[in-house]
Design a protein around this ligand. Structure first.
Ligand code: UDP
Ligand code: MG
Length: 342
């Protein structure tokens, strides 16, 4: 096999602080891998700008001008980490034999990528990066994340413990990913479903190099809820179970109350009445909430909206020498260029 073309896909949302470092580190890594004859000289890094509000795109675009390895994909608006990553994977697969995805903050050890590639040479099509430890995460993040994995497992979602979105996939695996048409895509859960020859590589997770986490608690919670409700109907079953149990309990209580009535003891009641009203009301609300969650999912899926919209793709443009085939994109590129030079 000739040396495979590798593309490293990096989703970026407001990452201006860390991007210059990331670009340097990844470029250096590609050069090394190339010298070790592990990858083709045509290997690239594809930065996906997920609708950033800061100078993220300018940095990507500018460095693409003098670094042939740097390519950029600008999404028209913020669509979230998973969808941005997907946009990158689908674009990258057109130009690569294998694709590695990694976060912009380089918390995942880029040295593991060398191991990924070696595994790819050994014939593995999916290589999952798995964290050894979580020493550098805050106490809160560590425990919420661990709880999340455990909960997912309990709910019957097949995900690999401590594997995030740091992985290598062959071109063929990414192509298969396209067949999963769902909008609520939770990559960690989907990738195991693709099957193919899969293996793990262990690494240590570091601290964010610069900038702040783009996953505040609110996003984390919605991510967890999405992950569960996209894969599992356990919550709905649980709700039915609770409903059934409370029905049984109310039957027993009903019998008891009737008994009280016939024995002449009817003055009791207000306390049990008011508590059961609250109890049942609460249960019903929970049930409706869960059902609503799924209906919301169905609603989103049925609309079949595009997952993301690409604004600019520097892969497809002959630049910095701009061709005259596509006037509009050239105009946009020039504008982006000017912003960058301010
Ligand atoms: N990210 C993104 N879109 C978003 C939020 C995050 O593309 O709406 C990217 C972000 O730039 C980073 C990756 O997703 O490359 C993971 O985010 P972050 O490192 O902030 O998450 P954490 O490691 O704290 O869970
Ligand atoms: Mg991070």
């Amino acid at each position: 096999m000739s040396d495979p073309i590798l593309t490293i896909v990096v989703p970026c949302f407001n990452e201006e602080e860390v991007l210059p470092i990331t670009i340097n580190e990844l470029t250096r890594l590609l050069t090394e891998l190339e010298q070790e004859m592990l990858i083709s000289p045509n290997s690239k890094i594809l930065f996906v700008d997920d609708g950033s509000k800061d100078h993220t795109w300018d940095i990507i675009y500018q460095s693409g001008l003098n670094n042939r390895r740097v390519k950029g994909l600008k999404l028209s608006t913020n669509v979230g980490h998973q969808q941005a990553l997907l946009a990158g994977l689908f674009s990258a697969k057109e130009h690569s034999d294998c694709i590695v995805s990694i976060d912009a903050d380089l918390q995942d050890d880029i040295r593991a990528i060398r191991e990924f590639i070696k595994k790819f040479h050994d014939g593995f099509e999916v290589v999952l990066g798995v964290r050894n430890e979580r020493k550098t995460d805050t106490f809160f993040k560590k425990h919420t994340a661990q709880g999340f994995y455990k909960l997912m497992k309990k709910m019957g979602v097949n995900i690999v413990y401590n594997h995030a979105d740091f992985r290598l996939m062959s071109r063929r695996a990414v192509e298969k990913l396209e067949n999963f048409g769902e909008i609520n895509l939770f990559l960690r859960g989907i990738v195991p479903l693709i099957g193919f020859n899969t293996t793990h590589v262990y690494y240590n997770r570091k601290e964010r190099l610069a900038g702040e986490t783009k996953y505040p608690l609110k996003k984390m919670l919605s991510f967890a809820l999405d992950g569960i409700t996209s894969f599992s109907v356990t919550p709905i079953r649980f709700v039915s179970l609770v409903g059934f149990v409370s029905f049984l309990v109310s039957l027993i209580f009903g019998g008891y109350f009737i008994l009280l009535k016939f024995t002449g003891n009817t003055t009791t009641g207000w306390t049990s009445l008011i508590t059961s009203i609250w109890l049942i009301g609460g249960l019903q609300l929970i049930a409706i909430g869960f059902i609503g969650e799924y209906i919301g999912k169905i609603y989103k899926e049925t609309k079949r909206r595009p997952r993301y919209i690409v604004d600019i793709d520097t892969f497809n443009l002959a630049y910095p020498v701009l061709s005259d085939e596509n006037d509009e994109s050239i105009l946009r590129l020039e504008q982006a260029n000017m912003v960058g030079q301010e």
